[in-house]
Design a protein around this ligand. Structure first.
Ligand SMILES: C[C@@]1(CC(=O)O)C2=NC(=C\c3[nH]c(c(CCC(=O)O)c3CC(=O)O)Cc3[nH]c(c(CC(=O)O)c3CCC(=O)O)/C=C3\N/C(=C\2)[C@@H](CCC(=O)O)[C@]3(C)CC(=O)O)/[C@H]1CCC(=O)O
Ligand SMILES: NC(=O)c1ccc[n+]([C@@H]2O[C@H](COP(=O)([O-])OP(=O)(O)OC[C@H]3O[C@@H](n4cnc5c(N)ncnc54)[C@H](O)[C@@H]3O)[C@@H](O)[C@H]2O)c1
Length: 197
């Protein structure tokens, strides 16, 4: 079986500054995905024109800025991540060249081979978050799987998580005894019915 060699990480986007180049459907989709996950995300969108939905987002979220202009190298100053999402492949390549020259990580929406990272499809239940990737093979499959998991995981999982967090904070002792105790408490989640009886 082929393997997926991507390594998932969870960015704190309110501590980073993201540049999105392109204000059309994909610029909007990626910006929305970031803001839904992190309403305090700091995002600058540079584009020749913007969909009205992007303009609306600026009224809803404090840290998103739209700049109407053609992308230029100076836009990379102070940015940590870039998403190139114009409708012109050669121009996205130009943005990639500039980002790499400045050692800024970049996602090029129409060219997976140029991406340093992919956006995942995200399941969200309170504090729990699961990111799905199909290795770029089928974003549609990632979206569908997200919908299945979103339904299948009960909302009550967040209560359990919060209770475990309280127990985790209260546990005294050294690291290994804490790990042992937390594993004992949660054993029930992984034991089969036969093992439990
Ligand atoms: C998961 C999600 C996250 C997000 O965007 O937030 C995401 N794409 C989503 C949706 C989606 N994208 C596309 C369709 C149309 C149907 C189809 O093609 O399947 C749909 C479905 C729809 O919209 O219904 C088209 C498409 N996507 C890419 C290309 C370029 C190419 O493959 O060459 C093209 C062709 C463009 C063209 O033909 O012009 C590339 C990428 N899309 C990725 C992520 C990365 C791989 C993730 C993975 O490993 O699975 C990667 C590699 C890079 C990236 O974008 O980060 C989001 C689901 C949101 C949700 O959960 O609801
Ligand atoms: N990764 C994904 O999930 C995914 C999904 C579908 C499509 N795509 C790809 O994304 C690309 C963008 O699609 P779209 O529907 O958003 O296009 P679009 O036509 O709706 O928007 C293009 C945007 O790019 C901007 N732009 C063009 N030249 C620019 C420049 N010099 N400087 C700054 N901004 C500039 C325009 O002003 C516009 O806002 C397409 O090439 C498509 O193949 C990616």
């Amino acid at each position: 079986m082929e393997e997926n060699h991507l390594f998932p990480v969870f960015f704190k986007l309110h501590r980073l500054h993201v540049l999105v180049v392109g204000g059309g459907n994909i610029g909007l989709e990626k910006t929305n995905a970031m803001l839904e996950n992190c309403p305090q995300a700091t995002i600058t969108v540079v584009a020749l024109d913007f969909l009205p939905e992007l303009v609306s987002l600026t009224h809803q979220y404090p840290n998103i800025t739209l700049v109407q202009k053609s992308f230029s190298c100076g836009d990379l100053l102070g940015k940590d991540l870039v998403i190139a999402a114009t409708n012109i492949k050669e121009f996205n390549y130009y943005v990639w060249e500039k980002a790499k020259g400045n050692r800024v990580l970049i996602n090029v929406a129409d060219t997976p081979e140029l991406c340093d990272f992919y956006l995942g499809s995200i399941v969200r239940k309170g504090n729990l978050k699961i990111a799905i990737s199909t290795n770029g093979k089928s974003p549609t499959m990632a979206k569908r799987l997200k919908q299945v998991l979103q339904e299948a995981i009960p909302d009550s999982i967040d209560e359990i998580l919060n209770k475990l967090a309280v127990i985790r904070d209260r546990l005294a002792g050294d690291f290994s005894s804490k790990v042992k105790e937390l594993n004992n408490i949660t054993d029930v989640l992984v034991k089969s019915d036969k093992e439990k009886s």
